[in-house]
Design a protein around this ligand. Structure first.
Ligand SMILES: Nc1ncnc2c1ncn2[C@@H]1O[C@H](COP(=O)(O)OP(=O)(O)OP(=O)(O)O)[C@@H](O)[C@H]1O
Ligand SMILES: [Mg+2]
Length: 236
């Protein structure tokens, strides 16, 4: 499976009638098993690009080719849970075929066991984000799209969830697109990093990480980070 993105432009028209160019021409391909990471300044157009890639916004120039049968798991920047459904119902509605065993495993990993019967209004933002992750994972996606999924979690939990994302990605041939502001998350999870310009976003630099995810020791990560800093200095 492959995701092919070739956007020629995206503009928004404000209520006052002004046009805002949000995406410049940009192009990339993502294959099964690959994690692409989008890194760019706030407001540059990342979430807009994800909505286009998911087919939620069709008002843009260019084309996006997703495998038509691909199952999609999505974590939006806001957790977007159904407020009148419990945590467990929110996950089951998105993934009606999920087994009880799989659900229990996910709730355990994401430390949500105590919250199964709670409603979204009773959750902190960090908890709601974990429910959104459970929902995306429960779908067993072919295309996993994560818009800053680890924001507002404490470091320890973010680290554990990052490992879980890595495990999921390793366990199935999934194409993953991750938006993050964290270089640490990017180098631990990514295969290719796309650095974006301020709005209108274009890819200013694409940096592949050659070392397989499973072989990235702490020492290796330090080395990758230093290399990345050098590459970025060079490009300035
Ligand atoms: N529905 C909309 N109508 C008009 N303008 C919009 C709309 N959605 C987003 N924008 C504008 O498009 C630009 C890009 O927004 P977007 O949410 O894609 O940024 P982002 O890169 O995800 O930022 P962040 O890192 O803060 O999440 C912003 O200037 C935003 O105000
Ligand atoms: Mg965003």
């Amino acid at each position: 499976m492959r995701l092919e993105v070739e956007i020629t432009g995206k503009t928004f028209r404000s209520a006052a009638g002004e046009t805002h160019e949000v995406l410049a021409p940009l192009k990339f391909v993502l294959s099964s098993g690959e994690v692409g990471v989008l890194i760019g300044p706030s407001g540059c157009g990342k979430s807009t690009m994800l909505r286009i890639i998911l087919g939620l916004d069709r008002d843009f120039g260019g084309r996006v080719a997703r495998p038509p049968e691909a199952r999609i798991g999505m974590v939006f920047q806001e957790p977007r849970l159904l407020p009148w459904r419990s945590v467990e119902q929110n996950v089951r509605l998105a993934a009606p075929n999920v087994s009880d065993a799989k659900l229990s495993e996910l709730f355990k990993i994401l430390e949500l066991d105590a919250h199964r019967r709670h409603f979204p209004g009773e959750l902190s933002l960090g908890l709601a984000r974990r429910v959104a992750l459970a929902r995306a994972f429960a779908v067993e996606p072919d295309l996993l799209v994560l818009d800053e999924p680890l924001a507002s979690l404490d470091d320890a939990l973010a680290g554990r969830l990052r490992d879980e994302i890595a495990t999921l990605v390793a366990s199935r041939p999934v194409m993953t697109l991750l938006v993050t502001h964290s270089i640490d998350d990017a180098i631990r999870l990514g295969d290719r990093l796309f650095f974006l310009s301020p709005r209108p976003a274009r890819i200013v630099q694409e940096v592949p990480i050659a070392v397989p995810r499973a072989e990235r020791s702490e020492a290796e990560l330090v080395r990758i980070k230093a290399e990345l800093a050098a590459v970025q200095l060079e490009s300035k």
